[in-house]
Design a protein around this ligand. Structure first.
Ligand SMILES: NC(=O)c1ccc[n+]([C@@H]2O[C@H](COP(=O)([O-])OP(=O)(O)OC[C@H]3O[C@@H](n4cnc5c(N)ncnc54)[C@H](O)[C@@H]3O)[C@@H](O)[C@H]2O)c1
Length: 383
């Protein structure tokens, strides 16, 4: 397949590009490095030193007989997107290129505005570029489980059959997101569903859970292939953050009472899910939604697992509850469905002592780079 990966420098985009290139697909990655700009602005940096994407791609291309192509470009530049799609005419487009941090979107007006403008308008540009140059392409868009929030009913995969006053219909599942970032994903989902209805697009919206992990088979090939792994309050997701706290002997900071429950998945499974979606495209006019997570856990449950794995590795730590910087329900019902990807062949990796030990060992090698002052939450949902 000809595959275009938007956001190919990111935590998920780069490992996906290597994996799909190794599988023989013709991969092009596009990125504008806005994540690096935010890192500089917020005084944060990925844990593993990053080789510039162009250099990484050159190194990959020297060693693998199936070159990745790299385009530096911004999704907000519609001309560039039109040209790129016109030239490549991709079979699949994997769209990761968004500002992914909920806290960043809650910092204030400017960050909120940037997040929604970048994410929603970038996707609008993509939809119009697809309409002109490749309406038959399969769009695989990264959404988030956070779009649903924590409703008091079971969460279905994107759609809900309802009966109201004796009549039935199938409607998009009602959303109750918890940040302006998550809202940007809801707006995207609505815009893409509309494009499928009016232009006959094929789209898979992957409502992804929280991703954790340091490595994939491809990042392990060379230190220079390391991915953009964060542990800080801006881009760090909870398991990645806990592992870094553990490695430097700090207590794990649990927001609120720690009962908040979410879906999680390993970075290797993210890539497998993308591959499964690409190999089994949505049908014409279909807006297909998969809930992309493999395990449901509370923050307390995660803390317990990280504390146990740390102790097996000779690290004695505990957890501390701190005031929750977010506005979110702590004790809540949570029962999402995730059968679609499993039924298409996903064989999930589970969070266990071995998986966490592998993370601890890799992070230990870079523990001197951990900036501990970037971990505690300074951004609050309410001032
Ligand atoms: N990591 C997670 O836990 C997680 C969970 C659910 C959903 N997601 C979604 O998956 C996608 C990828 O996440 P990630 O963790 O790899 O994020 P990331 O920030 O590491 O990667 C996103 C990449 O997109 C690029 N980008 C952003 N805006 C762009 C634009 N306008 N033009 C070109 N490039 C642009 C950034 O520079 C960055 O390299 C995001 O859409 C995110 O919302 C991630």
């Amino acid at each position: 397949m000809k595959i275009l990966i938007l956001g190919g420098d990111g935590y998920l985009g780069w490992p996906t590009a290597m994996y799909l290139s190794k599988k023989g697909h013709a991969v092009t990655v596009l990125d504008n490095f806005v994540k690096k700009k935010i890192e500089n602005e917020q005084n944060i940096r990925p844990l593993f030193p990053q080789v510039p994407l162009r250099e990484r791609v050159n190194l990959w291309n020297k060693n693998i007989n199936n070159p990745i192509k790299f385009i530096m470009g911004d999704m907000l530049n519609h001309r560039l997107l039109y040209d790129t799609l016109g030239e490549i005419k991709p079979d699949s487009i994997i769209h990761y290129a968004e500002q992914p941090s909920a806290p960043y979107s809650m910092r204030g007006r400017e960050s909120c505005y940037f997040t929604q403008y970048n994410n929603v308008m970038g996707t609008i540009n993509l939809l119009f570029a697809m309409k002109k140059h490749c309406p038959e392409a399969h769009l695989i868009k990264l959404g988030t489980m956070g779009e649903y929030g924590t409703p008091n009913i079971d969460i279905e995969e994107g759609w809900l059959n309802i009966e109201h006053k004796g009549r039935k219909d199938r409607v998009m599942y009602p959303k109750k997101p918890g940040s302006f970032y998550h809202l940007s994903k809801v707006h995207d989902s609505n815009n893409i569903e509309f494009a499928c209805r009016i232009w006959g697009f094929k789209c898979t919206d992957l409502n992804q859970g929280v991703v954790y992990g340091v490595d994939t088979n491809e990042t392990k090939l060379d230190e220079k292939f390391s991915t953009s792994f964060h542990y800080d309050e801006v881009f760090g997701t909870v398991i990645n953050r806990f592992i870094c706290q553990s490695v430097i002997g700090r207590d794990l900071t649990v927001y609120g009472n720690g009962s908040q429950t979410r879906g999680y998945l390993n970075i290797i499974d993210t890539i497998k899910c993308i591959e499964i979606a690409a190999n089994n495209p949505a049908k014409k006019s279909e807006f297909r939604v998969f809930n992309q997570y493999t395990e449901v856990l509370s923050i307390n449950g995660i803390a317990k697992k990280v504390i146990k794995a740390s102790s097996l590795n000779g690290i004695k730590i505990n957890h501390t509850n701190i005031k929750n910087p977010r506005v979110e329900e702590e004790d809540h019902y949570y029962k999402p469905s995730n059968t679609s990807l499993i039924s298409l062949g996903l064989n999930p990796i589970k969070i266990n002592d071995d998986v966490l030990t592998e993370m601890i060992k890799k992070v230990l090698k870079h523990k001197d780079r951990i900036l501990i002052n970037t971990v505690m939450p300074n951004i609050k949902w309410q001032k």
